[in-house]
Design a protein around this ligand. Sequence first.
Ligand code: CO
Length: 216
Amino acid sequence: MIPYEQLFENNRKWVAENVARNVDFLKKLSADQTPEYLYIGCSDSRVPANEIIGLEPGEVFVHRNVANLVVSIDVNVMSVINYAVRHLHVKHIIICGHYNCGGVKAAMLPADMGILNPWLRNIRDVYRLHEAELDAIADMDARYDRLVELNVIEQALNVLKTAVVQEHYLENGYPAVHAWVFSLESGLLKDLNFDFKGNLQQIQKLYDLTGSVKHK
Ligand code: CO
């Protein structure tokens, strides 16, 4: 276990190493951020956003919560998406889940998780949407893996249900929305090849929020 005081020592080392690698490191760090990516992932300590995709500070705008959920009444994630799209003009929004996700696991168990109940309910709802497919998978580990994937896809759909993403896409042709899963065992990312254009078109039959843009 790293003693608490060690963290400040690590911080000073981090600055020194980065400055040694790039003399402009601090100049770049303190300049305005212009990230092209918004990453929405799980809070899990084993999935460090910047590191797994090899991006430097300033290159990816990050939001993490338990089980990488995009909930329409969560002011936190909605603020992040709005800011990233409207003000930072990110080109890509990535929902990144991971196998062996404790949040997804908990949503498969018959247990009272206290304040986590309403949060994990969103994942139980994903299960219910795909109940036939999931119940047909006899192997519990494989079923768990599939729920992780289906949850990521559902959250990508939730991103498409926001007015800011629909309007910005209609006006500018971006952001693109992606669904990924990270494997703790291999360290590798799997692209679920989320068809965001097809899904956006599909979803707008019921969730079209772009009326004011179209009629401008
Ligand atoms: Co997780």
